[in-house]
Ligand binder design. Structure first.
Ligand code: PMP
Length: 385
């Protein structure tokens, strides 16, 4: 059997054993409907309450400020459509960045069709968003700003604190949302200092299960619901709660809160070593800025299409990504927003780390990239590719 070398942790992570065990317990023992009035319902409700405290503990908010969703895609949709609908009469301008995740981009595109004006702020060629570009774009008509905390393809850290401060000075009541999926547990931030209205998070990027996430909403920050039905999640997200995955999410958050420092140090060392090794290879172009979050490293090997290299590495048991997993091989809009050439975009690889990666694995990856480069370029020269 091939050794598994998993470097696609920005797409998803392995579910921690503690989270998986908690999920199994909920599915097979505490399986009651949390809304039921009997003891089985109470068992589930109590465990869900604990999970809400664990998730809010990691995020740094009051537990009742969280609404559990099926993931960050749903949280992003809920907040963007819900905030825009609640403010339709106040203005029709929305500001976002050109390299948001598709679950922010697409709702914004949809709102554009419905009459909203969307201002797309572009990153500079180094992948950085400048706070002043967003602040300058704010007008009397601006009702919503959605700006991610860490970019999922590059690891770029966006200056959210500076953005919010500047925006509030210009127009106090703009609704500000941040997609913190790639930041949670990896980039220390204090929600109380950030002064944002809403934050989206997802469990499966921090060793929790797929299909569960949450939206933080500040007290008094109103959005309209998008689905209607039961009383669950304060009617903002009706439907029987996914109590098992909520509890799994809670367990993953508790682990992250305990170990984040150690995890990030391992990730930082892996990233640093890989950068060192790849820097010796003149055929490699780095796209992630040096001050990016170390969990993501985006590179190109011009001349070798991403998919070709991806499958070469895969034969050795190595998993990397050719871009965001959600775009399934489509050209990366994030890299295009940087103004990179088609040659660089078509050959981009995203390597993303977790604390489970080791320096030994990094050496294997670097050697495999070099071998791939030699083999594939020579095949191309011979007209075989
Ligand atoms: N936002 C960002 C920045 C992401 O990286 C992802 C996951 N690729 C999402 C949102 C969507 O999260 P989920 O998979 O939980 O829907």
């Amino acid at each position: 059997m091939k050794t598994e070398l998993y470097f696609d942790n920005a797409a998803t992570t392995r579910t921690a054993a503690e989270a998986a065990e908690a999920i199994l317990d909920m599915l097979t023992i505490h399986y009651g409907n949390p809304s039921s009035l009997h003891y089985k319902g109470l068992e589930a409700q109590t465990r869900m309450d604990k999970a809400r405290r664990q998730v809010s503990g990691l995020l740094g908010c009051q537990p009742e400020r969280l609404t559990f969703t099926s993931g960050a895609t749903e949280a992003n949709n809920l907040v963007i459509f819900g905030a825009a609908a609640a403010r339709k009469r106040q203005g029709s301008q929305i500001i976002t960045t050109a390299f948001e995740h598709s679950s922010v981009l697409e709702p914004c595109r949809q709102l554009e069709k419905e009459g909203f004006e969307i201002i797309w702020i572009k990153p500079d060629p180094n992948g950085r968003i400048h706070a002043e570009d967003i602040i300058e774009a704010v007008t009397e008509k601006t009702v919503l700003i959605s700006c991610m905390m860490v970019n999922n393809e590059l690891g770029t850290i966006l200056p959210i604190e500076e953005i919010v401060k500047g925006v509030r000075r210009k127009k106090k009541d703009v609704f500000v949302h941040t997609d913190a999926v790639q930041a949670l547990g990896k980039l220390p931030f204090r929600l109380s200092r950030l002064d944002v209205d809403a934050v989206s998070i997802s469990a499966h990027k921090i060793h929790g299960p797929k299909g569960i996430g949450a939206l933080y909403l500040r007290e008094g920050s109103r959005i309209l619901p998008r689905t209607f039905g039961g009383e669950q999640e304060k009617r903002l997200r009706p439907g029987t709660e996914n109590s098992a995955y909520i509890v799994g999410f809670g367990a993953a958050c508790e682990l992250m809160q305990k170990n984040s420092g150690v995890y990030m140090e391992q990730i930082r060392q892996c990233n640093l070593r890989l950068r060192e090794l790849l820097a010796e290879n003149s055929g490699v172009v780095f796209h992630s800025p040096e001050d990016a979050l170390p969990s993501v490293l985006n590179i190109s090997i011009p001349g070798i299409r991403s998919e070709i290299m991806l499958h070469f590495l895969e034969q050795k048991g190595i998993c990397v990504s050719s871009g965001s997993a959600c775009s399934k091989g489509a050209k990366s809009h994030a890299l295009a927003a940087l103004g990179l050439s088609d040659l660089e975009i078509d050959s981009a690889l995203r390597i993303s780390f977790s604390h489970e990666n080791t320096l030994e694995q990094v050496e294997i990856l670097s050697n495999a990239v070099e071998e791939g480069q030699r083999t594939l370029l020579s095949q191309r020269r011979k007209g075989k590719l």
